[in-house]
Write a protein that binds this ligand. Sequence first.
Ligand SMILES: [Zn+2]
Length: 307
Amino acid sequence: MTADAALPSDTSLVDALEPADAPDAAAVLDSAVALDSERAVDAVATLLRGKRAAVLTGAGLSTDSGIPDYRGEGAPKRTPMTFQTFVADERSRKRYWAGSHLGWPVFRQAEPNLGHRSLAQLESAGAIAGVITQNVDGLHTRAGSRHVVELHGSLDRVICLACGQAFGRDSIATRLETDNPVLRDPKNIRIAPDGDADVGNIDDFVVPECTVCGGMLKPNVVFFGELVPTETFLEASAVIQSAEALIVAGSSLAVNSGIRLVEQARRRKLPIIVINRGVTKGDGRALHKLEAGTSETFAALAYRLLG
Ligand SMILES: [Zn+2]
């Protein structure tokens, strides 16, 4: 690793899920360019030809797979569970597990879309150095991408906060249903506006414990108020260091770890391309901003670069 590759000294403060500061006006490489979409894709393809790009993806990439984007335009406001509340408050933890259990089938049944598949093709052809994702749905890996950094973890695993033992989500789902017959009939359950479930007498709800040590279990995802593991951030950083361009796709960059990776790319003078419907905190650093869907844009880029 060169000196240039060293991380800023405040890496330990990288908090993915705190709001990021507004972009520094001095950081602007070029103003975002509005072109009609065909010409914009042509320009981006020309820029990327012969380069290996890092790709940073967010929820917008998975909406075409039926997974809702809670930060996207028009999304209802919801108050997310914080790590501190999860560990400190048993009733909140029970409500979280009940709601999360009901949402699990949506994730489990989701299939990679054209955007995920196009990225996997581009990686196979050597055009992509790696995919860094804020998504916890595992769809990049299922689409065939090999170098994937899951910044916020993955919902298909559950970990013990005491001993670190990992469990498959399906086995925990089975235990939840065994211990809580109310979950077997979704008609018994009302979903509150914040996404948590109302399952009647919440005090009777049984949350699973670690079968190894009896410790508290938590989905292996980064909650609000929790840090992205340093190792994971370093891995993401290494992808940026090895790339010759950065594509940000389907993310408004509302969280700090995302904007910090964009800032690393800017310091390395990498061309930055943003593909997102709606404003992002990276727009001021972007050479090209495409107001477009990620599925069709990555398909169009793969066609131009690989066709
Ligand atoms: Zn344990």
